[in-house]
Design a protein around this ligand. Sequence first.
Ligand code: HEM
Ligand code: NAG
Ligand code: NAG
Ligand code: NAG
Ligand code: NAG
Length: 615
Amino acid sequence: MEDNKVDEADEEEYCPTELHQYQFGIFSMWMFIHLLLLQTSSCAGDSGVVNPCCYYPCQNSGVCVRFGTDGYQCDCTRTGFNGENCTDPEFWTRLRLLLKPSPPVVHSFLTNFHWFWNIVNNSFLRDIIMRLVLTVRSDLIPSPPTYNTKYGYLSWESYYNISYYTRLLPPVPKDCPLPMGTKGKSVLPDPKLLAERFFRRKTFRPDPQGTNLMFAFMAQHFTHQFFRTNHDVPGGFTKALGHGVDASNIYGDNLMRQLQLRLQKDGKLKYQLVKGETYPPTVSEVPVHMVYPKDFPPEQRLAIGQEVFGILPGLTMYATIWLREHNRVCDIMKAEHPTWDDEQLFQTSRLIIIGEIINIIIEEYVQQLSGYLLKMKFDPTLLFNARFQYSNRIALEFCQLYHWHPLMPDSFMVDGDEIPYSQFLYNTSLLMHYGVEKLVDAFSRQPAGQIGGGLNSHEAVLKVAEMVVRESRAARVRPFNEYRKKFNLKPYTSFYDLTGNTEMARDLEELYGDIDALELYIGVLLEKTRADGIFGESMVEMGAPFSLKGLMGNPICSPEYWKPSTFGGETGFNIVKKATLKKLVCLNTKWCPYVDFHVPRNEEEAKPKTPSTEL
Ligand code: HEM
Ligand SMILES: *[C@@H]1O[C@H](CO)[C@@H](O)[C@H](O)[C@H]1NC(C)=O
Ligand SMILES: *[C@@H]1O[C@H](CO)[C@@H](O)[C@H](O)[C@H]1NC(C)=O
Ligand SMILES: *[C@@H]1O[C@H](CO)[C@@H](O)[C@H](O)[C@H]1NC(C)=O
Ligand SMILES: *[C@@H]1O[C@H](CO)[C@@H](O)[C@H](O)[C@H]1NC(C)=O
C-alpha cells in the first residue's frame, strides 16, 4: 500500500535536516527508560545481587547462562576450551593457537612480498588462498543466525522472525548495574559531544589507499539494499527482508513496488529518455514512494527501487547505470530466447544482475578496500567442498560499523565545477545536466576521505555519527572489547593502546572511564589506522566476515544455482563471470570515462575519454 502514495510530507528519517527532532524523541525516550532501569538496578544493588553474566565471564565464545540468582555457567561446547569460564584450551586448540599467525602478521603478509603474490596471482595457488580467505572469514559468522535485540538466548522467534537484524553478541543484559555491564561510568558520554570532539573534520584527510567517490557511492548504493533500519519501531528491526544481495535497491523490496517499476514488456524496467539517454522514470509516471523534501514536485522525483536514493546524484547515477544494464541484459536474453515471456526475461536478468553485483564487489570493491596483493576471485566453486551454509542474516553490528560517512568530501568536483552539499543533495537535474559519463569520470578522480582515525566527518554527515551511537545504546550493543574477543582479537588494554594518540586517549578515558566500557562504533572508528590504511584492524577483522558471508551465502553461489541454465545459458553465465565495473559503465554509455574504485595512480590511468568501442 505504502508504495502507492506520492507523499508530499514524507521526508522521513533520511532528510538530514529533519533528523534531529526525531532522534531527540528516541533519545529522550531512551533516557527515560534508562533512568527507570537505573532505579531498579540500584534496588538490585542494595540486595547485593548482580546478574553474573554482566561481567561477561565466558571467554572464547562460551555461552553465559544464569542459574539461581547469583550463579552462572559457561557453556563451552565446541569452543575448544574448558573450565569455569572456557579459558583452558584443549590440546588441539593449544596447538592451533601456537601455529596460527596473528591478524597483523597475516595482513602484512597479504600486503607485502610482491614477488610472492606475483606467483600466486597467476597460478593455482590463487584458488587455494582465496578459498582459505573465504572459509576462515565466514566461519566466524554463526549460520543459522543466533541472537537479536530482544533475544539474548537462542529462540525460535529469533530464528524465524526475519524483521529483526540478527546479532553476533547478545545485548547487554537489562539488569546490569552499568550501561555497558559492570565497567565504566554510570552515564555514557553525550553523543553530540562525541561527534564534535572525535568526528568533526578539521581538514580533509584523503584515504591513503586512494579510494575515490565512485567507491564511496558504490558502498552506499550497495549496502542500502540490506541496511534499511526500521526507525518507526525501536528494537533493531530492518525493512530489508532479503538479508543480503537481492538487488532490492534496483527492483524494490516488495512485489508491488517491483511491478510498478517494471515495464511489463521484454523483462525490462520503466525508463525515461532525456536527450536520447535512458534514466529512471519520474514519480509522476511511476507513483512509488520516494523520500524527498516537502513540496519537491513529483515530475522531478526519480522512481528507484530504494526509496532514499533521491538524496544524492551519486546514487541516482548508480541507479541509472544498473537500470541501463538490466535493460541491456534483457535485450540479450530476448535475442537468445524469443519465446520467453516478460516474467522469465525479467527474473533471469535479475539473477544475472545479482551475479554481476557480487562479482564486482568481490573482485574490485573488496580488492580496493583490502589493499591485498592477492588477486581476489569470485568463484563459487571454491566453496563446493567446504562446509558452508547458503543463507545469510544481516547483523546489527555489521550495519553499525558500515557507517562510513568520513568517505564524504568537503564538496564535489564535477567537470570543473565545485558543487557544495547545498546544491548536491536532492538535486535531480545534476544527473541529467552532466550525464553518467561526466559524473563517473569526476567521482572516479576525486579522493574519498579516510574512514578510520577520527576527525574526518564533514559537517553535513556529522549528525549521523550521533545517531549511530544513540541506536547502539537503544539496542544495548556490547562493548568494543567484547567484539574484539569474539573476532579472536586481543582486547585493548588502554585508550592509548587503541588510538595511538595521547590527546584522544585522554579525552576518551575521561568520558568512558574504562577501555572495557568503550562502545563498538567509537572503538572501530577511532582505532589507529593501519600504516597507509583506510581504517584500523578491527574494521577489517569484523567487517570482512560479515561481508564475505553475505556475498557467498547468496543462493546463486550454491551448487544448485551456479550453472549456465540459471542465467539463461552460457551467454548470461559469462556476463556474470566476466563482469567488471568498467564494462558495467562503458557498455551503457556513449563514451568511456576513467572508471575505477581508486583515483588514477599513473599518467596512463589519468588519460581521459576513450571511445566505448575500444572496450
Ligand atoms: C552525503 C552523503 C550521506 C548522507 C547525507 C548520509 C546520511 C545518512 C543518514 C541521515 C542516515 C540515517 C542515520 C542512521 O540510520 O543511523 C544514514 C544511514 C546510513 N548511511 Fe549514510 N549518508 C551519506 C553517505 C553515506 C555513505 C557514503 C555511506 C557508505 C557506506 C553511508 C552508509 C550508511 C549506512 C550503512 C547507514 C545505515 C542505514 C540503515 O541502517 O538503514 N552513508 N546516512
Ligand atoms: C571466572 O570469571 C569470574 C567472573 O569474571 C571470576 O570471578 C572467576 O574467578 C573466574 N574463574 C576462573 C576459574 O578463572
Ligand atoms: C516480528 O516481531 C515483531 C515484534 O514482536 C512483531 O511485531 C512482528 O509481527 C513479527 N513478525 C513476524 C513475521 O512474525
Ligand atoms: C595481484 O593482483 C592484484 C589485483 O589485480 C593486484 O592489485 C596486485 O598488485 C597483484 N599482485 C602482484 C604482486 O602483482
Ligand atoms: C543543481 O545543480 C546545478 C548544477 O550544479 C545547479 O545549477 C542548481 O542550482 C542545483 N539545484 C539546486 C536545487 O540546488
